[in-house]
Design a protein around this ligand. Sequence first.
Ligand SMILES: Nc1ncnc2c1ncn2[C@@H]1O[C@H](COP(=O)(O)OP(=O)(O)OP(=O)(O)O)[C@@H](O)[C@H]1O
Length: 304
Amino acid sequence: MKADLHVIELEGVAKRYGAVEAVRDVSFGLPQGARVALVGHNGAGKTTLMKLMLGLIRPSAGSLRVLGEDPAAGVAGVRQRLGWLPENVSFNPALTGREVLRFFARLKGERAAAADELLARVGLAEAARRRVGGYSKGMRQRLGLAQAMLGHPRALLLDEPTTGLDPAVRQGLYEMLATLAGGGTTVLLSSHALEELEGRVERVVILDHGRVVADGNMTELRQLAMLPVRLRLTLAAEAVPDWVDGQARRIGPRLFELSCLQEDKMTLLRRAAGDPRVADLEVLQPTLDELYGHFLRNRAGRGE
Ligand SMILES: Nc1ncnc2c1ncn2[C@@H]1O[C@H](COP(=O)(O)OP(=O)(O)OP(=O)(O)O)[C@@H](O)[C@H]1O
C-alpha cells in the first residue's frame, strides 16, 4: 500500500435498513497513525459505520476501501489486520482471561505467548488465571482491548471503549491508544463522553442521523462553529471597572465572566491584563459538548 493512501477511506457511503437511513453520504479518510473519534447521539450511525469498515455489512451506496481493499470482499489479509472492540463485549464467563485470549490468538494465527504479552500490557497479568465471569466491567473491557490488539492490527475500531470505566482505567486506555497510534496504528473510537476526548484524539467526526455534520481537529471545529470565548476575571477589590460593568455576568463576589468573539479575544485579554484591578484571568474556550450542541442545532435550524 502506498504511504499516501488512507488506511480507511469512505466515499459517499450510505446504509439503509428498510426505511431507516442509518448512514447517509459519508465521505472521509483515516491516515496511518491517526487517532479519530466518531461522536454522535444514540442511533447516529456510529456502529453501522464501523460494521461497514469491518465488512460485516455492505453499503447500500458508495464505496469503502480498507487497507486498499473492499472490506466486504472478505480478503482474509485485510480482516486479519483490523482489530475490533464491539460495544457490548462479552466472553465465555467460565473461561479464564488467559484461555479467552489464547483462543482468539489461535483464530488470528498468533502465538500463545503473544496473548500472554498482551494480557500484561493491558494490566491483566495477575488476573490472567481468574475466570472472566468474576471480572469487573473495566477488566472485561481491557480483555476486549487485548483481543482487539491481537495480531498487530493496522487499524483499531473501538465502539464506545470507555463506557462504564472509572477515570483511572479510562486514562490508562487513552495512554495505550496514544502509544499504539505513535507506532502507526490507526485508531477510530466512538464515544458519547465528549469531554474526555479533549486532548485524547486529534480529530473528531460528528455524526447526526447518519450524516457527517462536522469533521476536524478542535481548533478547526471551534473556527467553524464561531462560538464565543468566555473570559473569567477575578477582581482585586470590590470596585468594578467600567469596561466590565454591564458587559459581564457576575458569578461570584469578585468573579465575572465576559463573552467575546474569537477575533476580539486578544483585545479584551490585553485590556484585562493591563488593568491592575484584575487580579486573575482565565480563558474558557468552547468545550466539545458546546461545539457538538452547536452543530446539531445548526442542522435542526436548517430543517434537515
Ligand atoms: N440491523 C439493523 N436493522 C435495522 N435497523 C438498524 C440495524 N442496525 C442499526 N439500525 C438502525 O440504524 C441507525 C443507526 O444505528 P447505529 O447502531 O449505527 O447507531 P449508533 O450511533 O451506534 O448508536 P448508539 O450510540 O446507540 O450505539 C439506528 O436508527 C438503528 O436503529
